[in-house]
Design a protein. Structure first.
Lengths: 198, 198
C-alpha cells in the first residue's frame, strides 16, 4: 500500500473536490492517505501570492466557481457555487482539523465541514454550523474550542505549515509521494500514475 | 465536427503541452481547432496577475517546470526544462503567429516554435532561431517581419486580446466551446467531456 501525504487547508475551494472523493480513490487504488492540515493562507501571503479575490480578479474567480461546479458534476457529486468565501474563521477551522486528526475524528470533521460548505452554503467554523458538526461527532464544543485554541495545537499548525513550505507546498490541495509534489485536485491522478510508473 | 477556439500566447509555458498534442487529440475526437493568438501578458498585467517570476515565487516556478516535464512524459513527448523564460520577444512571436494564421502557415510556425523552445532551448522570435524557422517554412524573413510589425497585425493582436478578455479568458491556453471556457492544458479533456455531455 502506497502512502500519500494529503496537504490541505480548509478554506481552499478546490480542496472540496479532493476531500469529497479521496476516500473512494484511495480504496480503489489501494492507497493510504495522511491528512495534513496547514495554512495555505500564510504561505500565499509569504509568497505575495494573492488568491482569487474580487473585484480585481472577478473574471478569474467567476471561472473558478464554474470550473469547480463542472468538475464536481464530472465526478458525480454536487457543488453549490459560489460557496461563502473567503472564510472568516480560516485558522480556527484548520486548528480543529489538526486536533481532530490527533484524536481520530479529523477526517470525518473535514469531510462533513466541506460537504456543508459546498452543498448547503454553511461556512466552516462559524455558528451554528460548527456546533452542529461537533454534536454529530459526539464532541463537546467548549472542550474542542479550548483545545483547538491551545498553544500546543497552534504550534503544531505552524509547524505543519513550515514543513509544508519546506517540502515545496504552495497551494491546497497538494499530494506528496516520496518527495514528489503534485499540486491541485486535478493532479491526484498524476500522482497515482507517478506511483505506478516507479 | 465540433469547433473549439484555442486561445493561446507564445510565451506561456503550459501552452507547449497543448500545442504539441492538440492536432492528435483533434483528429481522434473529430474536432476542428481555431488557433487564436492573443496577449496573455497584457490581460495578466491588466488584472494585476503576476506570473511565475523568480525569486519571490521560486518554489512555484520550480514546481511549474517539474510539472510540465512530468506531464510531457505522461503524454509521451519530451520537455527540456527550464526552457528560456520569460520571453524577450513575446509580442513579436505572437504577431508573427497572427500573420501566419491569416496566411495559412501559422499552425506550423507555432508548433515548430514551441518544439524548438521546449526541446532545443531556442527562444521564440530571437535570432538565429526565427530565421531558421521561417526558412524551413519557405518564407522571406524581412517580409514577414515587416508585415508582422504592421499596424494591421498589431491592431488584430490587440483586437484578439480584447475579444479574449470579453469572453472570459485570463490565461493561456484556454479552450472555448460555445461560450464555455476551459483554462489550462489539463482542461482540454474537460472541454471534450463537456462537448460529449451536451
Amino acid at each position: 500500500m502506497s502512502e500519500i501525504d494529503f496537504w490541505f487547508s480548509i478554506g481552499s475551494t478546490y480542496t472540496y473536490l479532493s476531500v469529497n472523493r479521496i476516500a473512494e480513490v484511495a480504496k480503489k487504488e489501494n492507497l493510504s492517505i495522511n491528512w495534513k492540515p496547514f495554512s495555505v493562507r500564510k504561505i500565499m501571503m509569504d509568497m505575495d501570492n494573492i488568491p482569487f479575490t474580487p473585484p480585481s480578479k472577478k473574471v478569474k474567480s467567476d471561472y473558478m466557481w464554474r470550473d469547480i461546479e463542472r468538475r464536481a458534476k464530472f465526478y458525480g457529486f454536487e457543488a453549490k457555487v459560489p460557496a461563502p468565501y473567503p472564510l472568516k474563521e480560516f485558522d480556527l477551522a484548520n486548528q480543529i482539523a489538526i486536533l481532530g486528526i490527533n484524536e481520530g475524528w479529523g477526517v470525518d470533521y473535514v469531510t462533513t465541514t466541506y460537504k456543508r460548505w459546498f452543498q448547503e452554503g454553511k461556512e466552516p467554523a462559524t455558528e451554528p454550523n460548527l456546533s452542529e458538526i461537533l454534536t454529530n461527532l459526539n464532541l463537546n464544543k467548549d472542550e474542542i474550542l479550548k483545545n483547538a485554541n491551545s498553544e500546543e495545537i497552534k504550534s503544531q499548525y505552524l509547524q505543519n505549515t513550515d514543513n509544508a513550505y519546506k517540502l515545496g507546498v504552495f497551494g491546497s490541495p497538494t499530494f506528496i509521494y516520496k518527495g514528489e509534489v503534485f499540486w491541485g485536485d486535478d493532479r491526484l491522478e498524476d500522482c497515482i500514475k507517478w506511483i505506478n510508473f516507479q
